[in-house]
Design a protein. Structure first.
Length: 112
């Protein structure tokens, strides 16, 4: 069983293209959800869980969500903040935006 994580592989800005291709689809979905929700306020893990469940049409368990968020933090794609003692918030870093931009360009090329 895969948890969609890669351990001990922190990346820097110079490795964005390689990293964009190493992320799982779930991790990319997380980046998109963070980007979409942070326009109003940095989303919490629960906000992201709800958004992904709505978008994907299935339940996302905590055992999948939080390890993948931690991986995105480790990769410096998402920054983890604190709202209160029990609630973390998440925002894209410049690297995270770069990976999403790279991914968008790559996908838009299609079958060229």
């Amino acid at each position: 069983m895969s948890t969609d994580t890669h351990h001990n592989r922190k990346r820097t800005d110079s490795n964005q293209p390689a990293l964009a291709h190493e992320l799982t689809l779930f991790q990319i979905d997380l980046l998109v959800a963070v980007r979409d929700l942070e326009a109003t306020t940095p989303p919490s893990g629960s906000d992201l869980k709800d958004a992904l469940e709505d978008a994907l049409g299935k339940e996302i368990n905590h055992g999948r969500l939080y390890p993948n968020l931690d991986t995105l933090v480790e990769y410096d794609l998402v920054e983890k903040g604190t709202l209160d003692r029990r609630t973390n918030t998440y925002e894209l870093t410049a690297n995270g935006r770069g990976v999403l931009n790279h991914r968008t360009v790559w996908v838009s090329r299609g079958d060229q």
